[in-house]
Write a protein that binds this ligand. Structure first.
Ligand code: S3P
Length: 167
């Protein structure tokens, strides 16, 4: 495996997919997204996977996917589901795959970007503020520890974030 890949991690709504697509275009890399690959593989969307099999099973699908793609990635920007770094073994794989970039977003940025979103099962709650705060609290240190580079995305456009990654 060549470690010439860029791995984007971060919370839901941090811009991993939009930034990843733009970044890949700019540097002539392939773009891949773990959620998209899981949906394609399972033939149902993420919400249905959670409903039908539960979160633990989804986490297993994520870990299995990482193992199955790690040797195939080459010049790829990989956008990862926000929960992937929860498992240490996933972090170890991501770090073998390439440079890990954490797109950091504050609670208010996440809420601005995701209020009204219906595609993320973990955010289908009455009190979005409380849920995002709780998940950010549990995950921020995990993202920071997993990252080679941390980029703050609050108040920045996709192009500005891409530019910063390429500095
Ligand atoms: C999740 C993030 C989602 C998706 C799933 C769970 C999480 O991906 O994998 O809904 O646990 O943070 P995005 O980070 O692309 O929204």
């Amino acid at each position: 495996m060549l470690a010439n890949n860029i791995i984007l991690i971060g919370f839901m709504g941090s811009g991993k997919t939009s930034v990843g697509i733009r970044l890949a275009e700019k540097i002539g890399y392939n773009f891949k997204d773990t959620d998209e690959m899981i949906v394609a593989q399972e033939g149902i969307d993420i919400q249905k996977i959670f409903l039908k099999y539960g979160e633990d099973m989804f986490r297993n699908l994520e870990s299995t996917l990482l193992l199955s793609i790690m040797d195939t990635l080459n010049k790829t920007v990989l956008s990862t589901g926000g929960g992937i770094p929860i498992r240490d073994r996933n972090v170890n794989l991501l770090r073998l795959m390439g440079q890990v970039i954490y797109l950091r977003a504050s609670k208010s940025t996440v809420i601005d970007r995701l209020s009204g979103d219906t595609t993320r099962p973990l955010l289908k709650v009455d009190n979005l503020d409380e849920r995002v705060e709780k998940l950010l609290l549990a995950r921020t240190a995990i993202y920071e520890r997993a990252a080679d580079v941390i980029i703050n995305t609050d108040g920045k456009t996709i192009d500005e974030i891409v530019k910063e990654i390429l500095l």
